[in-house]
Design a protein around this ligand. Structure first.
Ligand code: SF4
Ligand code: SF4
Length: 199
């Protein structure tokens, strides 16, 4: 099976959240009249960790979308076969018309990336911009990132590109279809961290 994915360069991500906002707009997650901070759904979030020792500190940032898992726990958890892995692209998609709103996929997802629409009673999440990529397009997050921290492509090709350019893949973070590149300039001591949802 072909597997499309993203490659996230932790040398380049500044944590600016442009991708978060662009994704919300593209996927119409944002109700510009009613939206309250903290209540707006998101398909991609920024996480970060503080590295180094005072006074030489730096912040490493990266983004977390759906990982489009190989054996996705969300698919196994759904009683209604509302979630499936597309055989042409490897993208894990939720069919909101089949979703009964049990929320079992949300509990099963280790990455905590599935959103729930209370009004419509359905689960929803990142589909790697399926409607764009099947026509040769690029996911919105990769398109808008001003520092080119997100690359889109076939998973094997992304990994080859990392090797060819001498970059090291963070294997622990890259277990599924999103590849994370370790920062080239490495700080050895993590002194704190933060993670969480966009506001
Ligand atoms: S991936 Fe790019 S757009 Fe998204 S937070 Fe990082 S630097 Fe900003
Ligand atoms: S929703 Fe969660 S479990 Fe399902 S494919 Fe995405 S990261 Fe994996």
């Amino acid at each position: 099976m072909k597997q499309l994915g993203l490659m996230i360069d932790m040398n380049r991500c500044t944590g600016c959240k442009t991708c978060v906002v662009a994704c919300r707009n593209a996927k119409e997650l944002l109700d510009h009249e009613q939206a309250m901070p903290g209540d707006i759904p998101f398909y991609i979030r920024v996480e970060s960790v503080l590295e180094g020792t005072y006074p030489v500190l730096s912040e490493r940032c990266w983004v977390v979308p759906c990982q489009h898992c190989k054996n996705a726990p969300c698919i196994a958890a759904c009683d209604n076969q509302a979630i499936g892995k597309d055989p042409q692209t490897g993208i894990v998609r939720i069919d909101r018309n089949k979703c009964a709103g049990s929320g079992k996929c949300i509990e099963a997802c280790p990455w905590d990336v599935i959103q729930f629409d209370k009004a419509g009673n359905y689960a929803h999440k990142c589909d790697l911009c399926y409607d764009r990529v099947v026509f040769g397009g690029t996911p919105v997050c990769a398109e808008v990132c001003m520092t080119d921290a997100i690359s889109f492509g076939e998973l094997g090709e992304l990994k080859n590109r990392a090797r060819e350019t001498g970059r090291e893949i963070d294997r622990k973070m890259s277990a599924m279809s999103i590849v994370y590149l370790k920062p080239a300039l490495k700080n050895t001591l993590a002194t704190g961290g933060s993670a969480g949802a966009p506001t």
